[in-house]
Design a protein around this ligand. Structure first.
Ligand code: SF4
Length: 320
């Protein structure tokens, strides 16, 4: 018998069906979810479940397993738009401290094609635009984000707002293979330029860095250089993480496109979903070096939003 989220997913009304993708409305009990300790943010918001971009390495496929869908592909073919997100967020924000970081888009792309139709991310941003003093980050691969530039600029005036564009490579063909339905790398770089031009703090994440596919000094350097020229403030990169749910899609992809790497990947990831040890250290140093070469900050570099800087000044020099 299906229970909890699996039951809710099975009963969700169909919103629309196109090609192989079906869209559903998913009732949600809450929209803010607490993250595990050690993350750079305390809360996560995912306006959708599933992601049509279908990146071959996507670690978030496990979220569909909770709904009883285990073949890995349903993650990109059955997209669930969460219901009543604005009302849920207004309610949930009461339990969130001002110092707690909130990240939008940790397990789905908030600007995937569904957003054009259902506007759940926009509804969330509208709630944030009415508040002050929060720390918000948003992660996307999509140029659709420029639709919400005025809203993002308003949020950034009163809150610490960081937008992360994820770009794994500047090589269009490789990106098409790895991230078949996500916007091309040059469109993502143009998006960085638009956001930076609008005064929004924006950076580029090269996540996930994939051994012998995107991890060379040359490839990462090319990407960081393009990010810097587009106006990115920071650059980062985390390593590939492959849980069994992600392996189900990534290993057949490797067999097709990179057969010479399949055995090495299997040996490494079947033992442990994480890459650790000397390789991790080498990539960390490489990213640091490249960042310095292009004058880019790390994610943690901080800034003050316009309105909160004003408030500090008022506290230091009270008027009355
Ligand atoms: S854009 Fe992000 S959430 Fe969507 S499929 Fe790619 S990695 Fe997964």
């Amino acid at each position: 018998m299906l229970v909890g989220i699996a039951k809710m997913a099975a009963e969700s009304p169909l919103l629309e069906s196109k090609r192989q993708v079906e869209y559903f409305e998913l009732p949600a009990r809450s929209i803010l979810h607490r993250t595990k300790p050690g993350m750079p943010f305390r809360w996560a918001i995912n306006p959708y479940r599933g992601c049509e971009f279908g990146c071959r390495y996507c670690y978030a496929r496990y979220t569909h397993e909770f709904m009883g869908m285990e073949d890995g592909r349903e993650f990109e073919e059955k997209i669930y738009a969460k219901a009543d997100v604005a009302a849920l967020l207004r309610r949930d924000l009461r339990k969130v401290g001002r110092e707690d970081g909130i990240a939008i888009g940790t397990a789905t792309d908030p600007y995937q094609p569904a957003e054009r139709r259902f506007g759940r991310t926009r509804a969330i941003l509208e709630v944030f635009s009415g508040g002050r003093g929060r720390s918000i980050s948003l992660i996307t691969k999509s140029d659709l984000i420029v639709r919400d530039l005025p809203l993002l600029a308003e949020i950034g005036r009163g809150n610490v707002l960081r937008v992360h564009l994820t770009i794994t490579t500047t090589d269009t063909e490789l990106a098409r293979a790895l991230e078949p339905l996500a916007p091309r790398p040059d469109l993502r770089l143009a998006t960085v330029e638009r956001l930076a031009g609008a005064g929004i703090r924006v950076g580029v994440n090269s996540n996930p860095i994939m051994p012998l596919i995107t991890d060379s000094e040359e490839s990462l350097d090319r990407l960081a250089g393009a990010a810097a020229r587009a106006g990115a403030s920071y650059f980062g990169g985390g390593l590939l993480f492959l849980m069994p749910s992600a392996q189900k899609v990534f290993f057949p992809f490797l067999e097709e496109k990179f057969p010479h790497l399949t055995r090495r990947y299997r040996e490494r990831f079947e033992k442990n979903a994480y890459l650790r040890g000397p390789y991790q250290e080498m990539i960390r140093e490489r990213v640091k070096r490249i960042r310095a070469r292009h004058g880019l900050d790390s994610y943690s570099a901080d800034y003050q939003p316009e309105l909160s800087a004003g408030r500090e000044q008022l506290e230091l020099f009270p008027l009355g």
